[in-house]
Design a protein around this ligand. Sequence first.
Ligand code: F6R
Length: 611
Amino acid sequence: MCGIVGYTGPKEAYPIVITGLKRLEYRGYDSTGVALLNGGLKVYKKKGRVADLEAAVLGENLHAHTGIGHTRWATHGEPSDVNAHPHLSASGKLAMIHNGIIENYAQLKKELSNKGYVFKSETDTEVLLNFIEDIRENNQCDLEEAVRVALKRVTGAYVILLVDQDQPDTIIAARKGSPLVIGVGKGEHFLGSDASPMLEYTKEVVYVNDYELAIVKPNELILKNLGNEKLTPFVTKLDMELAAIEKGGYDHFMLKEIFEQPLTIHDCLRGRLDANAGTITMSGVANNIEHFKNAGRIIIVACGTSWHAGLVAEYIIEELCRIPVEVEYASEFRYRNPVINKGDIIFAISQSGETADTLVAIERAKEQGAIIFGIVNVVGSSIARISDGGAYTHAGPEIGVASTKAFTGQLAVLTMVALKIAKEKGRISDERYQQLLVELEAVPEKVAAILKNAPAIKAIAEKYKGATDALFLGRGYNFPIALEGALKLKEISYIHAEGYPAAEMKHGPIALVDENLPVVFVATKDAYHEKIVSNIQEIKARKGQVIAIITEEDDLIPALANEVFYVPPADEIIAPMLSCIPLQLLSYYMGVARGVDVDKPRNLAKSVTVE
Ligand code: F6R
């Protein structure tokens, strides 16, 4: 949540900062601001998108070689010009941007108010900034020392970028719990919540760790811990091209990302799955294979769409590996007192690798001796780094706020992991193993075939775009897909939607069914097919509008449903990777038809780095 950018070097800072903010807008987009050091300290900020700020500063002298910028997802204080970052300190000499939450800000604010400080905004950020300034003045120390002292008193999560009008070529940065990347150029440095703002300038980056502080100048990067000890910055080479973060001719990132899935799933399988040789190569699993073979239990922690991938994995792992699986909301897991036994393995599933609840949940589990296996999309992210082993989903940057290609990547990874463990444990017959490898290899092609029929889903979306509510029902492996379909629809189209196991619907939700209610059945051919056909009949008997996602050879459901959309036949373990695609398209087209900004739906942010 919140995107931060910084630049110091010989180039003009403003265009770099503003372009970087546009790339980070997926992280929050309710207000924007920049601070520029050009002889003095100038701050421009505005409620709204980056484009609104750009319009507001037209004609201003924006010349500067050092600057910081922020795109906000509000936590403390409503979106407004005054609550937008950067904030200025009481003296007007310091400006700061912040991503995260200062949990003890009320206490600090009280202390500062007693000393006579008056706050312009409602933010925790302005409190922290004045706290730093107060320490600098009272302790008569330099800014770096004041930041260190202040951060030792702070509880919560933060990335801060701080500039001082008296040090016009310096940015002070620090992190705990929120991401910070520093790009190393020739005589220049870039800072960002991720690497996207610096991609065209440098591929050399340093991922800053928790409790580290960086003093960044054009020709110098000093990294220290909060104990003032110098650290050696570890420079990593980025494996990402600019094209990966551009729309490439699509109207929205979400549509591009849906259509990229044949490629991203292929990339995820590439180098790992070899159906001809009958092998799955995953070093993250191989290195921990004894743990996996002897695991008493797998606990999956995740949020949102990643949690839905975890639910699918529960079905697959229990079926293939006969290891008990529990799937937990990370936000609940971290605050209760879960029983973690020796030999339990925790799977952390996360696109961003920065979700605060998931990160803290695995930190807690690690403290209790659990082994952490990360299934993460963003390379080098916090969850990836804290994990003992893992597998990247290799879906490339996902920028649309609604997760699509990362989800199918998670399913592909989890299926491979389950197959590998099942094979190593001798729990799966050679024949079934080989059949599933062949089916998995065919997924990209089948997804491409589904996407060719996108106009059919678009027509359905047009027809039902006026709905106020929708039900999504599925059984077995398709139950989590029903949950995912409902989540996608609500976040992208603002239509109220609920996902349920199809049979559970009789225990309450069926009361909602009338001739106006679209009921989406995820009803591909599997062991429960006849059961779900009965559920469709129950909805039809109550005049519900049935939209069914079915297998091409289905000869029962077309006669019952109002609308059908076909997906290619697949084993029930593989089917979720196919049946989710039409639901992604349905939510996308409904959102567009209803005029929603689908890449940036209201109130949401891509990476939830606050709890
Ligand atoms: C929904 C969506 C969210 C995320 C959730 C977890 O489309 O994108 O529900 O899945 O915020 O995020 P990650 O996977 O980054 O941990």
